[in-house]
Design a protein around this ligand. Structure first.
Ligand code: DNO
Length: 348
């Protein structure tokens, strides 16, 4: 596996100089943040990011994300134009050495939490989710830090009304349309597309979500067999739904060679939802060691990154994206892989 760390570009409060001090790190996961979703990325912006990474000896092989604009998701009349823009962006990122692009197909909202500052017993804070609390939120007025896109209140209302009544089937067909349309560009550039699971993996605010369960991914890989069509195994997102057997999914989809990227974080079921715990198995509800063993058993050699960390050691980081807990996550992940790989080599 190749260990990576999410970096929000030159405006990230965490400098690359710190990131490179994390042991065993091969590179960063980043994106272009200075243009609006749906626009062609300036080559200069990519070059600046690439040079900053090169200077620190970090690879820039994963983009998270090239945003898929709503018009593509709801199948609007300009979707072919936006697909052409997306294809051009694929070519441009490939030209600076990118090999994997993480994206999502969640209508309107990316990941959603009801609390960004849940206080844990040990004094650290986490992101958390309660179904009851979420119901109190007004979807017409929602924005979370860390999303690639954000909308004004009017824009949100417009989008919510467009999606009203849209079936899962229609949304799925729009995803298949999009992936088929970019297929030849994936062949040409060699880029692997890694869809991020819905977070949480169920419908929210009556919006359909289609990348939530094991069957959803199976269906997607059958509908678009192109080997560049794969997934981001975000174990935290998938695991938020108790019915998802994440170890099984890690095993099954790595065996099929569909996992290009893995986000490894743990969650703890609590109340009517979950809290994002430390990465370690003992701190949460998911068996992180078994997930890594399943990946290693099947020869997984893709990209991995720690995910949302808690805020610890007094850090006031971007929710989920502080330095300290994610750095702890990195060393934990490295340890799990080291053990699993050693056991595999020794035939245990
Ligand atoms: C949350 C992230 C997501 C992810 C997008 C991919 O922290 O994992 O925002 O980047 O869903 O497009």
């Amino acid at each position: 596996m190749k260990l990576t760390f999410r970096w929000y570009g030159l405006n990230d409060s965490i400098p690359l100089a710190y990131i490179r001090e994390i042991p065993s790190l091969s590179g960063v996961v980043t994106s272009v943040y200075d243009v609006k979703p749906g626009e062609v990325w300036p080559k200069e912006s990519l070059q600046v990011l690439k040079e900053a990474c090169d200077n620190k000896g970090l690879k820039m092989e994963v983009i998270e994300s090239i945003p898929v604009v709503e018009e593509i998701k709801y199948g609007g009349e300009n979707r072919d134009h936006y697909i052409e823009v997306f294809k051009e962006n694929l070519r441009r990122v490939a030209a600076v050495g990118v090999k994997c692009v993480c994206y999502n197909f969640m209508p309107v909202f990316d990941w959603v939490r009801s609390d960004l500052g849940h206080v844990n017993e040990d004094g650290s804070t986490s992101l958390s989710y309660s179904e009851k609390e979420l119901k109190k939120y007004d979807p017409h007025n929602l924005h979370l830090p860390g999303w690639d896109e954000s909308y004004s209140r009017d824009e949100l209302s417009r989008l919510l009304s467009i999606y009203q009544g849209m079936s899962h089937e229609e949304l799925f067909n729009n995803l298949v349309y999009f992936l088929n349309a970019i297929s030849s560009t994936l062949e040409e550039t060699g880029i692997n597309m890694a869809i991020h699971p819905d977070d949480p993996p169920w419908d929210i605010f009556s919006l359909p979500r289609i990348a939530s369960k094991e069957e959803d991914f199976k269906r997607l890989f059958e509908a678009v067999p192109n080997s560049h069509n794969g997934m981001t195994l975000c174990v935290g997102s998938l695991g938020e739904c108790k019915e998802n057997d994440v170890v099984k999914m890690a095993d099954e989809f790595s065996k099929e060679g569909r996992i290009y990227f893995a986000h490894l974080r743990n969650i703890r079921y609590e109340g009517d939802g979950f809290v994002e715990s430390g990465h370690e198995t003992a701190d949460g509800s998911l068996d992180m060691a078994a997930i890594v063993e399943a990946l290693v058993k099947n020869g997984f050699d893709g990209y991995v990154r720690p995910d949302h960390g808690r805020n610890i050691f007094g850090e006031q980081g971007k929710p989920g994206y502080g330095l300290f807990d994610r750095a702890l996550g990195c060393t934990y992940i490295t340890g799990l892989f080291e053990m699993a790989e050693r056991k595999k080599k020794e035939g245990k």
